[in-house]
Design a protein around this ligand. Structure first.
Ligand SMILES: O=C(O)[C@H](O)[C@@H](O)[C@H](O)[C@H](O)COP(=O)(O)O
Length: 318
């Protein structure tokens, strides 16, 4: 394994702390029908890959072209309990690819159930084979609470993932939880700018915004991603890299979030969503996304590939 790149000298981001342990989310797995998938696929000109429509496989793969931007969009549906394995494989493959190409791997995490779905990364074979020393971890969004608070996305990720893998503490960029929402957003943007300046995070030649190797998103039942909520003016932010919100409809109200220009400059993005409570938003995003203002997830458009990891419940209305 290669030596660790030290960023301690230039990163203004808060150093890693060890919060107490937290609990993990729970899940459910309602019924799913191949019929719905087929209907969705035909209505959007999407084709099933390697699947006999008469014999439904829980691991259905489909892909579709996006018109506005040539993003490779893929959707895979799994049994709820099985999704973590292909997700870990996906992350590990991208880690190897970017470490080979660029020497490091920049990942931005969301909160919520995503961290539970990443659980296979901390088990063999991935825990032993990934070059963790080359990882740089940031947050797509964070709640403005102390890092020891149960609502902290940092704490969630630390307890469930980061404390179990040998990523150098200096490569984990938490928000400064001593600041106000405004201050934390500015501080975090400064952190990202330093990482760009020092070639840790790449820059999109298309947009000029930071280009993460991989952004991992969850999605709310209302179609929000990061802390970008339906109908909120922050959806239209075009200049800031990191913004603050004080009226989040999902508690807690004060958060910071990457803006869409940053989210959409990512090379690869995975949206991980499970449960029937997400089915309407998934249907709208993939089948009927005429009003993306009301459905932020429909605006997600990375530069190389958008991959949806769904369970049968989340895919049940397609
Ligand atoms: O901090 C947050 O609240 C998250 O970043 C948020 O965007 C989350 O990813 C979605 O709400 C999905 O959460 P679930 O997967 O738990 O439904």
């Amino acid at each position: 394994m290669a030596s660790t790149r030290s960023v301690a000298s230039f990163s203004p981001c808060t150093r890693i702390l060890k919060p107490p342990s937290s609990s993990t989310p729970s899940f459910f797995s309602p019924q799913f029908s191949q019929k719905f998938l087929s209907r969705a696929l035909s209505s959007k000109g999407v084709s099933l890959i390697g699947v006999n429509p008469k014999r439904f496989s829980p691991k259905v793969k489909m892909s579709m072209a996006e018109t506005a931007k040539s993003v490779n969009k893929k959707v895979e549906v799994f049994e709820t309990d099985e999704l973590a394995v292909p997700l870990a494989d996906y992350v590990a493959d991208l880690s190897a690819k970017f470490i080979k190409e660029r020497g490091n791997f920049t990942v931005a995490l969301s909160g919520g159930s995503l961290i539970h779905h990443l659980r296979k990364l901390v088990e063999p074979p991935h825990v032993d084979t990934i070059e963790w020393s080359r990882w740089h971890v940031l947050w797509v969004d964070e709640r403005v609470v102390p890092k020891t608070h149960e609502d902290s996305n940092y704490k969630l990720a630390y307890d469930g993932f980061l404390s179990k893998v040998p990523i150098p503490p200096g490569n984990v960029y938490a928000i400064n939880d001593a600041l106000s929402a405004e201050g934390a957003a500015d501080d975090y943007e400064t952190c990202v700018r330093h990482l760009v300046k020092n070639n840790v995070i790449a820059v999109s030649s298309a947009s000029g915004f930071p280009k993460f190797d991989l952004i991992l998103l969850g999605m709310g039942p209302d179609g929000h991603v990061a802390s970008l909520f339906p109908g909120h003016p922050l959806i239209h932010e075009r200049n800031k890299w990191v913004a603050f919100i004080k009226d989040s409809p999902k508690p807690p109200p004060e958060r910071i979030t990457f803006t869409f220009p940053v989210i959409n400059s990512s090379a690869y993005t995975a949206i991980v969503s499970t449960g029937a409570g997400k089915a309407d938003a998934v249907h709208s995003a993939l089948i009927d996304s005429d009003n993306p203002d009301k459905l932020p997830v429909a605006l997600v458009s990375p530069e190389v590939e958008l991959k949806w990891f769904l369970d049968k419940g989340a895919a049940s209305k397609m």
